[in-house]
Design a protein. Structure first.
Length: 303
């Protein structure tokens, strides 16, 4: 596994125009995903039902894109099973996160939901058996310090938010499993094919959960759900899954921290949630960390 991680960290794309486009896709995907919390709040269905519609409305496009990638050929069975397992993790992640969004603040839900950032950093250390050094270590410290500032400003020590925070934290753990499985399967499957298989698996799980919870499934206003499907699933997940095999879990984990910064901004614009100077400074620290993680490291090969 160490050799595998080294090959990702030292990929030829890293310092080339292709590598810059891949990193831009990773950033763009996370920005698109950060808008999901606001759109879930705007939907007039239940939270799990909104996740169901996110997947269902996006699925026809994903299947068309997957068909064009494969030419209608069936992917290898082992890869299909891994992508399907990723879909189970993703469905449970969405159910927990969408429920959490309505029980806590937008920035909190996104921040705790992205505990995957820390878990993916730990996963990188586990795979490589090495601690990050040089710019990598500085970027990690800066990113998590900035996120701590964001959390410290947006979080309110209220029992009213505890359940939502715990659900969002669970969602982050599940999302970590989803990212690891999707990164693995992308060695075999093209991006739209992997995403389409995972999405197909998500649909019945999310519908069953929404019905079991007694949620309102049919919306009166389709606009937030259509936007959620296009922005979060097609654009956000599409860009993320395409970029996954080009970077180590460490880089992927740090870029997830863009989401709390943008979620804080959308919470301020859309719901009047406070955005202070410290919040802005924390967001700038996360941005600086993303610049650092792309710099060459004398002690280790560039990521």
């Amino acid at each position: 596994m160490t050799a595998k991680m080294d090959s990702i960290d030292a990929a030829p794309d890293a310092g080339t125009a292709a590598g810059r486009w891949a990193f831009a896709a990773l950033l763009g995907g996370n920005i698109a995903l950060s808008l999901g919390a606001m759109l879930v709040r705007m939907a007039d269905t239940g939270p799990t039902a909104s996740a169901f519609w996110r997947m269902t409305l996006a699925l026809p496009l994903l299947l068309i894109f997957a068909w064009r990638e494969t030419g209608g050929r069936m992917p290898p069975r082992p890869a299909v099973l891994i992508a399907a397992a990723a879909g189970i993790f993703f469905a449970l992640d969405l159910a927990a996160w969408h429920l959490g969004i309505l029980q806590t603040k937008v920035a909190n839900a996104t921040l705790f939901g992205n505990c995957a950032s820390l878990l993916l950093v730990l996963w990188t250390i586990f795979l490589t058996r090495e601690m990050p050094r040089g710019w990598q270590a500085a970027a990690i410290l800066l990113a998590f310090a900035g996120s701590a500032l964001l959390m410290g400003q947006s979080y309110e020590l209220s029992p009213d938010y505890l359940f939502g925070d715990l659900l969002s934290l669970l969602a982050g753990v599940l999302y970590t499993g989803y990212v690891i499985l999707m990164q693995r399967v992308r060695d075999t499957l093209a991006p739209w094919t992997a995403l389409a298989i995972a999405s197909v698996v998500c649909v019945p799980i999310l519908l069953g959960a929404a019905l079991a919870l007694g949620e309102t499934v049919m919306p009166q206003n389709w606009t937030p759900l259509i936007l959620l499907a296009l922005v979060s699933q097609v654009i956000g997940q599409g860009l993320m899954i395409w970029a996954l095999p080009r970077f180590s879990p460490l880089v992927i984990g740090l870029t997830l921290l863009i989401q709390p910064a943008f979620a804080a901004l959308t919470g301020w614009v859309g719901f009047g949630e406070t955005l202070s100077g410290i919040d802005i400074f924390g967001g700038m620290m996360v941005g600086a960390a993303l610049v650092l993680i792309r710099l060459p490291n004398r002690a280790a090969r560039p990521i």
